[in-house]
Design a protein around this ligand. Structure first.
Ligand SMILES: [Fe+2]
Ligand SMILES: [Fe+2]
Length: 134
């Protein structure tokens, strides 16, 4: 089943929503590629895009959290770091020809980002809105 953005909580902050939608778009393309058995270089390239896109997004969030003195900043940064580490591990395993790992990628990332959006980023959004910063 294709996951759509509408099934997830919107933060209401355009910049975050656009980046989350971009991430979900890349994940959905990755899932389809794996489903149709796309050539390995294509999957690897898209995994690379996903890592880059995730790094950009986390950097954006962390810049804003730092700027506005978000109290849960250290925990959120730590969550981002562990998520990126898991993503890079999946990427490395795929590159090592453990192709079965690729089947786990979309499922893993969907749960990973859904959790991130609903429990992690929304805390920051609530913080911003309470201070009329968003
Ligand atoms: Fe996020
Ligand atoms: Fe986040």
């Amino acid at each position: 089943m294709e996951m759509t953005w509408s099934s997830l909580a919107d933060t209401g902050i355009q910049m975050l929503d656009e980046q989350h939608q971009e991430l979900f778009g890349v994940m959905e393309r990755l899932r389809r590629m794996i489903e149709v058995g796309a050539a390995r270089p294509l999957v690897e390239a898209l995994l690379g895009d996903l890592v880059a896109c995730t790094e950009r997004h986390f950097a954006t969030e962390e810049t804003y959290m730092s700027r506005f003195g978000y109290p849960d900043f250290p925990q959120h940064v730590s969550d981002h770091a562990s998520m990126l580490a898991s993503l890079r591990e999946l990427q490395a395993r795929y590159q090592e020809s453990q192709q079965a790992m690729a089947l786990m990628v979309p499922t893993f990332l969907e749960g990973w980002l859904k959790h991130h959006v609903s429990d992690g980023d929304l805390g920051f959004v609530t913080f911003l809105k309470a201070r009329n910063l968003a």
